[in-house]
Design a protein around this ligand. Structure first.
Ligand SMILES: *Cc1c(COP(=O)(O)O)cnc(C)c1O
Length: 963
């Protein structure tokens, strides 16, 4: 009996842990022997300084099986009440086309890809993002669009930033927001303005022109639904040399004149209702478009068309030198991870429906609003506005009765306008729903017939969109939006693009600092459950009980794991977490009368988002040097802290360091900063080397962001979504983000928001929740240990062939290592770029290139890769080293070798001409193992300079396809 029981227990415990952790026990012992240690424990003892080792194990519970976890989570999810939402305010029910649901959102080929920094193996999602940009340009009527931003409200804040950069009203320091902009957007933009030191003026849209401003923001249609011709408002703003920004509803733009055509300088909004579930607030992609003249000021990524080595069209991220990685505190914004998966979903929605299909959906929505309005008017109900697209606002003395009747029927209206309620109809609305709305508003027995009203509306036409605003130009004329309307065609288009991209379902993606670990299927399954997917972020709290339970548990576990006292889940990327954390620090200093403390110390090795975020919090950045071992130069730190002592706000430091080592002096660093009255911000991107072994709170830090899309298994989605929660010590808790629509408990009421939704990208939190549940305290610690084992094994093997740049105590590394390619480059002329591209021929995504040190590769295998896969990668690297040696020896010239011609496409290798110094077969199959799992890049090396000189950021005209 007891034997059987312990077997069961063993099986239970290992159910998920052994699936998540790549190496088998036998492989672990092989790796330990290679490292000449007798146990994992011995390696950890050699690697992690004793002074930071946790004394107590985590208390997040015991590992649970996949089946148990999903069954429990289902019971939690079922506590959410999925009401019909007419709340609007930027979030609408939508029908996710099933072909997109299954083949994109639920498909690891799409969701496990990384940001397309290696464009030759990312042409699929780059094409989809180019579709997203083309769609944005067509619908907004502007010249230049970015690939995606985090949400509508942060996009509006970015618009304000752009307005300040480009406006010729140089003396103005105020930004105007019309009072009929969505509440959450006013909130997020105000938070941002406070940090930048801008004044915010909220007033009637017509008043914008009466203020000294550098920019203004209008909502189109307004939050209460009115469709106003904003041509004159825009012109008024521009007459003051200020920048006119418009937040627009994407669906309405099928019927309404494009804001760009009304003169707007910037148009932005959420692409959520293009087939992305509401998900209790996110994740969704925001679109952003502006004039070509402002291209150097655009926030976020731009996908551009360039040429490959053979002259074929090839896509890539354009003008990367504008990015925060490179420009640091001079960057336009700190945007890094940015909702690529959701932008792709929205783009596919447009591809699938096409211009006519989208127009039909928009017309149907609008007609339902007309029918609803006609019925209500016939019964003497007064509508606030005489124009609308999909939203009616009603001033009704019976507001409370009506909303109570609505709730009783499982229906939500927006009620946060005083004495008013609004109803936004959506793609999912039916005639039966309209009949139900009449019953709710008018009481039963009203005698209205939806069919009869519909016939009337049909016969009489509608004037609810002003004639001057009726859209009359063609949109989405590109063939990509006019070719894939049957499910077969669509399925194949999605598959065709997917096949061009290398994702985790093909091979290891060993990007240092990015932690590309397993995104387990069981973790992904709950996110599309209707109980999680179909909640509006502003629904009454008692309908979101399931979410509150799940979020509460995740919160408490993250508190335990980080050693902090409180966590905010609102930031929707790591960089947004940095920003939220710096705001908390700033407010804390202000609360103590230390508003002058504004200097942020940042070690030179920091990730580019750190200085970019510090700049957004208006901090003065002082760079601290690193010594030759890659550690913070303690003498320099002490001197600089001393020098700025009076004004020291904080340090931003990554741990383990960006160089992949556990710095021994970390506690001392915290002490020095605290002695000078500063706060410690620990960038938690490298939390995968901490969980269960140490913690930022335990080490002595005050605040950190975590990247749930790195350590806690949310997939990268090809460049987003992400969740960047911050953990804080109790003294900072009152300064965490709140939300003006839904109050977030545990922080000050008056605090502003950093995201549009109170819990940010709530819909993907079940992924991290499930990971922690299935791993339990013990599994999480094992994951960290195995990440360290894998990294040290890989380092040990590679060090036989390449110099390893930095190491910590006992010559060990933490969870990643930096391979120095500079000596080989010196001898051969082969660059780190050549190596990165040649790895593609071997079926691998390059590790992180030239960060944090130029001329190097930073490699992070994570715990999820087996020894077999790591050995394959090592084999590739060693083989590439051999190729470089042939260049050094002169066997191959620097102009004619497989490295400089990498990557090789099928067309290249099978072409009629071949004048290379190496043979065709070797080009594509350099080691035998490649043949078993060959991945073909679809374009040869892309010309970056050509693409930036000839910036094209919408789908190229058809003629170029024919060439
Ligand atoms: C990934 C990363 C970030 C930024 O996270 P995003 O979610 O991409 O904004 C910040 N710091 C470090 C060290 C990182 O690796």
């Amino acid at each position: 009996m007891s034997n059987a029981k312990s077997l069961e227990e063993l099986e239970q415990k290992q159910d998920f842990i052994r699936r998540h952790i790549g190496p088998s026990p036998a492989q672990v012992s092989d790796m330990l022997s290679a490292l000449e240690v007798s146990s994992v424990q011995e390696l950890i003892d050699q690697t992690v300084p004793a002074s930071i080792r946790l004394e107590q194990p985590l208390t997040v519970g015991q590992s649970r099986t996949e089946v148990e976890t999903l069954s429990y989570l289902k019971s939690v999810a079922s506590k959410n009440k999925v009401f019909k939402s007419y709340i609007g305010q930027g979030y609408h029910p939508t029908n996710v086309p099933h072909v997109i649901l299954r083949n994109v959102l639920e498909n690891p080929g799409w969701y496990t890809a990384y940001t397309p920094y290696q464009p030759e193996i990312a042409q699929g999602r780059l094409e989809s993002l180019l579709n997203f940009q083309t769609m944005t340009l067509d619908l907004t009527g502007l010249d230049l669009a970015s690939a995606s931003l985090l949400d509508e409200s942060t996009a509006a804040a970015e618009a304000m930033g752009l307005a300040k950069r480009v406006s010729k009203a140089k003396k103005a320091n105020a930004f105007f927001i019309a009072d009929d902009v969505h509440t959450q957007t006013i909130d997020v933009v105000t938070t941002r303005a406070e940090q930048f030191g801008f004044e915010i003026i909220v007033g009637k849209a017509e008043d914008a022109v009466n203020h000294d401003i550098f920019g203004a923001l209008f909502q189109y249609p307004t939050t209460s639904g009115e469709v106003v011709d904003i041509t004159d408002l825009i012109a008024g703003v521009q007459s003051k040399k200020a920048i006119a920004c418009v937040a627009a509803d994407i669906m309405s733009l099928l019927l309404l004149k494009a804001p760009g055509k009304l003169g707007a300088d910037v148009v932005l909004g959420s692409a959520q209702r293009f087939g992305v579930p509401m998900g209790y607030g996110g994740p969704h992609a925001a679109f952003f478009a502006t004039r070509d003249a402002y291209k150097r000021s655009l926030p976020g990524r731009i996908i551009g068309v360039s040429k490959d080595r053979l002259g074929n069209d090839a896509l890539r991220m354009a003008m990367q030198t504008r990015e925060q990685h490179i420009r640091r505190d001079k960057a336009n914004s700190n945007i890094c991870t940015a909702q690529v998966l959701l932008a792709n979903m929205a783009a596919f929605y447009a591809v699938y429906h096409g211009p006519q299909g989208l127009k039909t959906i928009a017309q149907r929505i609008h007609r339902f609003a007309d029918i609803l309005a006609a019925g209500l008017k016939a019964k003497g109900i007064a509508l606030k506005h005489s124009t609308w697209f999909d939203t009616l606002t009603i001033a009704d003395d019976n507001k409370n009765d009506v909303t109570a009747r609505a709730i009783a029927k499982g229906v939500n209206f927006a009620t946060n306008h005083e004495g008013e309620y609004s109803i936004s109809v959506s793609e999912t609305t039916t005639r039966a729903d309209i009949a139900e709305l009449f019953d709710i508003i008018l009481g039963e027995g009203h005698g209205l017939s939806v069919d009869a009203i519909a016939a009337d509306v049909e016969a009489n036409g509608s004037e609810s969109i002003p004639a001057s605003l009726v859209r009359d130009d063609e949109v989405l004329t590109h063939p990509n939006f006019n070719s894939y309307h049957s499910e077969t065609d669509m399925l194949r288009y999605i598959k065709r693009l997917e096949s061009k991209d290398l994702s985790l379902n093909h091979s290891m993606i060993s990007l240092g600092s990015c932690t590309m670990k397993l995104n387990a299927t069981a973790e992904m399954i709950p996110i599309t459950w209707p109980e999680f997917a179909n909640l509006h972020p502003f629904c009454p709290l008692d309908q979101a009980e399931g979410y509150q339970i799940m979020i509460g548990e995740l919160h408490d576990w993250l508190v335990n794991i980080t050693g902090y006292d409180a966590v905010s889940l609102q930031p929707n990327s790591g960089a947004q977490g940095e920003y939220a954390g710096l705001i908390a620090i700033r407010k804390y200093h202000e609360s103590r009368g230390d508003a002058h403390r504004n200097v942020c110390l940042i070690p030179s090795s920091a990730h580019g988002t750190n200085p970019a975020s510090a700049q957004m919090a208006s901090m003065k950045i002082v760079v601290v040097n690193c010594d030759k071992n890659g550690n913070v130069d303690m003498a320099d730190l002490k001197a600089k802290a001393e020098e700025v002592s009076e004004n020291l706000s904080c340090i931003m430091i990554t741990y383990p360091s960006t160089h992949g080592v556990y710095e021994e002096t970390i506690r001392e660093i915290c002490d020095i900063i605290h002695e000078h009255g500063g706060q410690v911000y620990m960038d938690g991107a490298n939390m995968n080397a901490q969980v269960g072994v140490t913690s930022p709170g335990f080490i002595g830090s005050d605040v950190s962001h975590l990247n749930l899309h790195k350590t806690f298994c949310i997939p990268h989605g090809g460049g987003g979504p992400g969740v960047g929660p911050i953990g804080v010590k109790s003294h900072l808790a009152p300064f965490m983000p709140n939300h003006s629509v839904i109050n977030v408990p545990g922080t000050n009421i008056g605090n502003g928001a950093v995201s549009a939704a109170p819990y940010g990208s709530a819909a993907i939190l079940p992924i991290s929740w499930a990971y922690i549940t299935m791993m339990g305290s013990e599994g999480l610690k094992q994951a960290t240990e195995m990440a360290i084992v894998n990294a040290n094994y890989l380092t040990h093997e590679l060090s036989k062939h390449f110099p390893i740049l930095y190491r910590g105590r006992n010559n060990r590394v933490a969870h990643e290592c930096i391979v120095d390619l500079r000596p080989l480059k010196e001898l051969s002329g082969i660059t780190e770029m050549d190596v990165a591209k040649r790895l593609q021929d071997y079926g691998f995504h390059s590790p992180t290139m030239s960060f944090p040190v130029a001329g190097t590769l930073m490699i992070e295998p994570t715990e999820s890769e087996s020894k077999g896969e790591i050995d394959r990668f090592i084999e590739a690297m060693v083989s590439i080293k051999g190729e470089i040696e042939k260049v050094i020896s002169g066997e191959w010239s620097i102009e004619n070798n497989p490295l400089v011609f990498a990557p090789h496409t099928q067309g290249d290798v099978l072409g009629n001409e071949w004048d290379r110094a190496y043979d065709r077969f070797y080009a594509a199959f350099p080691v035998p193992s490649v043949a078993k799992n060959k991945f073909w890049p679809t374009v040869t090396r892309i010309d970056d300079v050509y693409g930036d000189r000839n910036l094209v950021c919408s789908c190229p005209a058809v003629e170029t396809y024919r060439d």
